[in-house]
Design a binder for this molecule. Structure first.
Ligand SMILES: [Zn+2]
Length: 248
């Protein structure tokens, strides 16, 4: 499984683009980054994206969607894969509102008629097959609800998790369990940050408690080092092999 970081910066920081992660060029997790541009830099294309997974409805995780869906609506149907957009309950309505606010009824209509996304609502405990991946969703506590963390498993058994934005809560630990790699927000470094986020002191505990999981820190206010974890940068790409069965 190939994981690429499109954006590693927290909402209002300048240290990286906003949230966005590409798995195998086929799954886009969150869409706050300028996805069309970043995918191009990875020699990927949004035409190959079959699944968009949203963790929650904040701007730094979603405001790139009109550009991605607009790009898809202008491509020939046989040049791209069928698209599933999955996220918390209300995803369809939220995405349609974004399209309407961004480009009015024209693009909204084109996305409906040309892209024809299949919307899937996920909630705590959802365990579904989407676009050839097993997707498990876990409710996490953030400043807005509903918010989900995900664990995504490919056909070879490799699992990558995504914290989304979260406090240190039970859902976060469930998402993390058994992951070969975990993309973990690490918004602050010097102490707790407001808004329902993880900071380095909490992330350090998670890293120590899960020594077999590769932690990829993202959604950062600034980039620093954290022992035992990888600190993401935009366009960081990792190949992740399954090893969860060794974790016991
Ligand atoms: Zn965020």
């Amino acid at each position: 499984m190939r994981l690429s970081v499109l954006g590693s910066g927290a909402a209002f920081s300048g240290c990286g683009c906003n949230a966005g992660y590409l798995v195998d060029g086929a799954v886009l997790v969150d869409c706050g980054a300028p996805v069309n541009v970043m995918a191009h830099r990875l020699r990927a294309t949004v035409s190959d994206v079959r699944l968009i997974l949203l963790t929650h409805f904040h701007a730094d995780h979603t405001f790139g969607l009109p550009m991605v869906l607009g790009a898809l609506s202008s491509r020939r149907r046989d040049d791209r894969a069928p698209l599933v957009i999955a996220g918390p309950v209300g995803t369809r309505e939220y995405v349609q509102r974004l399209l309407l606010a961004g480009y009015g009824t024209h693009i909204l209509g084109l996305v409906g008629s040309e892209v024809q996304p299949d919307y899937v609502a996920l909630q705590d405990g959802s365990d579904v097959e989407l676009a050839g991946y097993r997707v498990r969703a876990h409710a996490v506590v953030h400043s807005t609800g509903p918010s989900l963390a995900y664990a995504l498993t490919d056909a070879a058994g490799a699992t990558v998790g995504f914290s989304g934005d979260s406090t240190q809560c039970a859902g976060l630990l469930r998402a993390l369990s058994g992951c070969d790699a975990f993309v973990c927000e690490c918004t602050g470094w010097d102490g707790p940050v407001p808004g329902g986020h993880l900071w380095a002191g909490e992330v350090e505990q998670l890293v120590r408690a899960h020594p077999r999981t590769t932690f990829v820190l993202s959604h950062m206010d600034e980039r620093r080092e954290l022992r035992g974890a990888l600190v993401a940068h935009d366009l960081l790409t990792l190949d992740i092999a399954p090893r969860a069965e060794e974790q016991g």
